[in-house]
Design a protein around this ligand. Sequence first.
Ligand code: PXL
Length: 286
Amino acid sequence: MKKMTRQKRVAAIHDISGFGKCSLTVALPILSSAGIETSALPTAVLSTHTGGISGFTYRDLTEDIRPFTRHWHSLGLHFDAVYSGFLGSFEQLELVSEFFDTFKTKDNLIFVDPVMADNGEMYKIFTPEFAKGMANLCRKADIIVPNITEAAFLLGKTFQEGPYTKNYIEKMLMDLTTLGVEKVVLTGVFFDDKELGAATYDKNTGAIDYILASRIPGYYHGTGDVFGSALLAGLLNGFNLKEATRIAVRFTTESISRTYRAKTDIRFGVDFERSIPEFLKDLKLV
Ligand code: PXL
């Protein structure tokens, strides 16, 4: 058991997709289970996510973002981290940037997952122009967690299919820090067809680390959000970048592996819920 410390608080800025396990329906339970108070700023309400499911509803909440920001500011709230994910428009990027300006402090963490693309393609609601706006938002972050496709779009480069070389990944990590961020965690890294995982770079220490795990076949929806939420939970529980990434890779891989064995529809998200007990052990919370 860890000794009692002040409870950490996160502002999570994502959409809420009712079904399909991603964004807020993933961030809230994962961060809460790790003992972190999580305030939610929903950017849109959808019946499901947009990844391979048609007919979803989409209620945009752009108009509510500034009033949320002002109200929370008027309450004098402090956040140990601000975690942004899926944002639906340029206007939302602008408003979230304002949120960062309002709540940034000397020692809190602005954590941006530049959700917009995977497998070499932008998600269908985004244009390549959107990547420029997202790159601007990343400039305000302390840590960003793109997958390789998102990293290519952020850098204005053509997506390259894997397997990758260490040179390629390390150049990408360095290039991403030219956006002004201190820490980068790149996901979807692989050097052969057996393993897949993440590469981390901390500009302050110069350390680059690879955390790979056995590859499980299939592309499972929402795993970026599972990974990002677990990584943030690790960082806020005092683990360094490499250790927190290791915990997040393990949590995500276990969740995918259980879902693979259950043969669930890959669009319906992963069974991360039943990985929580092991996750809490890894975090040394139980
Ligand atoms: O997991 C990323 C995500 C979040 N929210 C919505 C999405 C996606 C990815 O497709 O569609 C609505």
